[in-house]
Design a protein around this ligand. Structure first.
Ligand SMILES: NC(=O)c1ccc[n+]([C@@H]2O[C@H](COP(=O)([O-])OP(=O)(O)OC[C@H]3O[C@@H](n4cnc5c(N)ncnc54)[C@H](O)[C@@H]3O)[C@@H](O)[C@H]2O)c1
Length: 370
């Protein structure tokens, strides 16, 4: 397969970069040879399990380089200051310098950690994102946000650091467990709701093929969903305006994840509940019909994503939303769908309206989930 046959979309930003879709891991080396003739040393950052699956394939094209591999265990703990410090120590031991290229091979945790490292090591070295989860392919590898966590909060230490390129090999998704697929699906469905009604219909029509992991349908799903993210971040790299729409469902979802101490609810499940809560709120505001709310609900259920959560206290969840980073002057800023395929930033939601939305996605312990 030649470069020209892959799909290439460009993130237009202060420093533009290509997103290659369907690009085989083993061909990344050829691309590097053609684009970066001063690279001699490469530092690949990944999870142990991802290295077992894909390091050899990636290395097929990197035989001419001096390559070091930094592997970490899976989990959000990977995005810690301690891990960043270990990574720095190892990089120096490997002889990394300003010309070293970092390759982030993995999901969002690896992309964020490796990206943040690349942004600060010797004031910034080059980075290629090689996303291997659905969430990373459609979302986190695109847009330049990189971060590590701090005991005070998630992603507290971060920056905008665009990669040289995003190299997306769809075939890596074949090994992804369904639980991880759900996290990416929630974000992909979010992209469809905020910006692409055709993509939403695609999800509705291709439900079975997506569940059966039909490769051509997955390609299309990833390509179309990535394109939404590329389009939005190209309009607003630094989240001064339209990029905020990507937070649809996340104010509700984060409040839920925090309230549950990140236990018993995955990020994708939080986003799923959040998408539906936002849709109910949008319906109360007259932005979306009940039929459209039902379509959102049905789609989430179709893919095994939750639409109700048991035994939560809506007042506590409302309280949790008060610390949302988007709020301004004590006012809650929420993203709401406007029909399917558009979204708006709303500063006009009252606490009773938000509580009512929460109540529609909370079931009491003895209620049966729909
Ligand atoms: N920078 C951004 O714009 C942005 C956006 C959204 C989320 N994020 C961050 O992304 C992180 C979540 O990312 P994630 O959902 O990709 O989770 P993850 O990176 O933790 O990966 C999930 C699991 O899948 C495994 N895995 C990765 N690729 C695999 C493959 N091909 N086959 C089998 N297993 C594989 C990983 O080892 C891990 O166990 C969070 O830290 C979140 O804050 C960042």
């Amino acid at each position: 397969m030649s470069l020209a046959e892959w799909q290439k979309i460009e993130v237009r930003a202060d420093r533009s970069y290509p997103v290659f879709l369907g690009a085989p891991l083993q061909e990344l080396g050829e691309y590097l040879h053609s684009q970066m003739d001063d690279v001699e040393h490469i530092l690949i950052i990944t999870h142990h399990s991802v290295a077992d699956l894909y390091f050899d394939r990636l290395m097929e094209g990197l035989q001419d380089y001096r390559v070091n591999l930094f592997k970490i265990p899976a989990g959000e703990e990977g995005k810690s200051l301690e891990r960043l410090s270990q990574l720095t120590t190892s990089a120096l031991r490997y002889g990394a310098d300003r010309k070293t290229l970092v390759i982030a091979l993995g999901g969002g945790v690896i992309g964020d950690l490796a990206g943040f490292f690349a942004s600060v090591f010797m004031r910034g070295i080059r980075l290629i994102q090689v996303p291997t989860t659905l969430l990373a392919q459609v979302d986190s590898s695109i847009g330049g946000k990189v971060a590590v966590n701090h005991p005070a909060g998630k992603n507290i230490l971060g920056s905008f650091y665009p990669p040289q390129a995003v190299w997306t090999d769809f075939t890596t998704l074949e090994s992804l467990p369904w639980g991880e697929v759900e996290n990416g699906l929630a974000e992909s469905i979010k992209h469809a709701i905020i910006a692409d009604s055709d993509l939403f219909e695609f999800f509705e029509k291709q439900e079975q093929s997506i569940k059966q992991r039909d490769p051509s349908v997955w390609r299309e799903m990833v390509a179309r969903s990535s394109a939404v993210k590329v389009r939005i971040v190209s309009q607003d790299e630094r989240e001064q305006g339209v990029r905020a729409l990507l937070n649809l469902g996340h104010s509700f979802g984060h409040a839920l994840e925090t309230e549950m101490n990140y236990r018993g609810v995955t990020h994708g499940q939080g986003v799923s509940i959040g998408l539906l809560a936002a849709a109910y709120l949008a319906n109360a505001k007259g932005f979306i019909t009940l039929d459209e709310v039902d379509r959102v609900k049905h789609l989430l259920i179709t893919f095994g994503l939750p639409t109700v959560i048991k035994g939560q206290d809506s007042q506590a969840l409302l309280q949790g939303m008060k610390t949302d980073k988007k709020n301004q002057g004590g006012r809650k800023i929420l993203i709401l769908p406007k029909g399917i395929g558009q979204a708006v930033v709303s500063k006009e939601c009252t606490d009773p309206e938000i509580l009512a939305a929460w109540d529609q996605v909370i079931s009491s312990d003895d209620e049966v989930e729909s």
